[in-house]
Write a protein that binds this ligand. Structure first.
Ligand code: CAA
Ligand code: NAI
Length: 246
C-alpha cells in the first residue's frame, strides 16, 4: 500500500504502459484517474476495475488540447478535491525517415508528446502547490536520450521532456513537488507492434537483459517515483530499458 489514499492522474492509461500503471497504482491503494483519448478502452477498463472494488474514474481527454485538459482537471477536482500524482504517459509515434516526414506528422507528435505534457502539468501544478505536495512523472524514451532512426519528431519530444523535467524540478522543488522522468526502452505495447519485425528483433538483440520490456516493468518505475520512497529524488531520468545502451 505504497500509495494509500493518493489521487493519481495517469494520462494514456487506457492501453499499454499507462494501463499497467493504473493497475499497479490501484493495488497500492491509490485512487486512479484514467485520462485518455480512447473512450472505448478507457470505459471498459474503468468497469473492469470498478467490478474489482477499486476507486477509479475514466475521463476522456485530448492532452494536446488545453480546453480538454482543463475540463479533465476540473472533473478530477470535483470528485477528489486534490491531485497528488500526475503521470504524463500519453504519447504517439508517426515514424518516417527525415526526408519523408510530413509537416503534419511532425506537428502532431509535438502537439501530443510535448505540448500535451506542458498542458497537463501546467493545469495540475497550482493544486499541488496549494497542498505543498506533488509527484510529477514524465515519460521520455530511449529514443529521446540516444536518438533513433525514423523518429525525428518523436525523439525531439522525448529529449524535450528531459529538459522540462529538470526545469520543473528546479522550479517546483521549493514547493514540495518532485519532478522526474522515466525513459523506457522498447516495451511490448501497441506502439512497438507497428515496428518492422526486422528492426524490433535487432533492438531486442542489443538489450543486455536480452528481452523487450513489458508494461509492468515501466509501471513499477512509475510506482517508485510516485511513492514517498523516492522523496529525495528530483530532476532524475530513470532508464528502464534492460540496458539497451549504456
Ligand atoms: N538502423 C539503421 N538503419 C535503418 C534502421 C535502423 N534502426 N531502420 C531502417 N534503416 C534503414 C533501412 O535498412 C533502409 O536502408 P537502405 O535504404 O540501405 O535499404 C533505410 O533505412 C530505409 O528504411 P525503410 O526501407 O524501412 O524505409 P521506410 O521509409 O519504408 O520506413 C521507417 C522507414 C518508417 C523509419 C521504418 O524503417 C520504421 O518504422 N522503423 C522503425 C522505427 C522505430 O524504431 N520506431 C520505434 C517505435 S516504438 C517507440 O517509439 C517507443 C520508444 O520510445 C522506443
Ligand atoms: P500505447 O499506444 O499502448 O498507449 C498510449 C495511450 O495514450 C493510448 O491509450 C492512447 O489512447 C493515449 N493517447 C494518445 N494520444 C492521446 C491524446 N492526445 N490524449 C490522451 N491520450 C492519448 O503506448 P505505450 O507504449 O503504452 O506508451 C506510453 C508512453 O510510453 C508514451 O509516452 C510512449 O511514448 C512511451 N514509451 C513507450 C515505449 C514503448 O516501447 N512502448 C518506449 C519508450 C517510451
Amino acid at each position: 500500500m505504497r500509495l494509500k489514499d493518493k489521487v493519481a492522474v495517469i494520462t494514456g492509461a487506457a492501453n499499454g504502459i499507462g494501463r499497467a500503471a493504473a493497475e499497479v497504482f490501484l493495488n497500492h491503494g491509490a485512487k486512479v484517474v484514467i485520462a485518455d483519448y480512447d473512450v472505448e478502452s478507457g470505459k471498459e477498463l474503468e468497469s473492469q476495475f470498478l467490478e474489482q472494488g477499486f476507486d477509479v474514474t475514466f475521463l476522456q481527454v485530448n492532452v494536446a488540447d488545453k480546453k480538454s485538459v482543463r475540463a479533465m482537471v476540473d472533473g478530477v477536482l470535483l470528485k477528489y478535491s486534490k491531485i497528488d500524482i500526475l503521470i504524463n504517459n500519453a504519447g504517439i509515434t508517426r515514424d518516417a525517415m527525415l526526408v519523408k516526414m510530413t509537416e503534419e506528422d511532425f506537428d502532431r507528435v509535438l502537439d501530443v508528446n510535448l505540448k500535451g505534457v506542458f498542458n497537463c502539468t501546467q493545469a495540475v501544478v497550482p493544486y499541488m502547490i496549494e497542498k505543498g505536495y506533488g509527484k510529477i512523472i514524465n515519460t521520455s524514451s530511449v529514443s529521446g536520450v540516444y536518438g533513433n532512426v525514423g523518429q525525428t519528431n518523436y525523439a525531439a519530444t522525448k529529449a524535450a521532456v528531459v529538459g522540462m523535467t529538470k526545469t520543473w524540478a528546479k522550479e517546483l522543488g521549493r514547493k514540495g513537488i518532485n519532478v522526474n522522468a522515466v525513459a523506457p526502452g522498447f516495451t511490448r505495447t501497441n506502439m512497438v507492434e507497428k515496428m518492422p519485425e526486422k528492426v524490433l528483433s535487432h533492438m531486442e538483440s542489443i538489450v543486455a537483459l536480452q528481452r523487450l520490456g513489458v508494461p509492468k516493468d515501466i509501471a513499477n518505475a512509475y510506482l517508485f517515483l510516485a511513492s514517498d520512497e523516492s522523496s529525495y529524488i528530483t530532476g532524475h531520468v530513470l532508464h528502464v530499458d534492460g540496458g539497451i545502451m549504456m
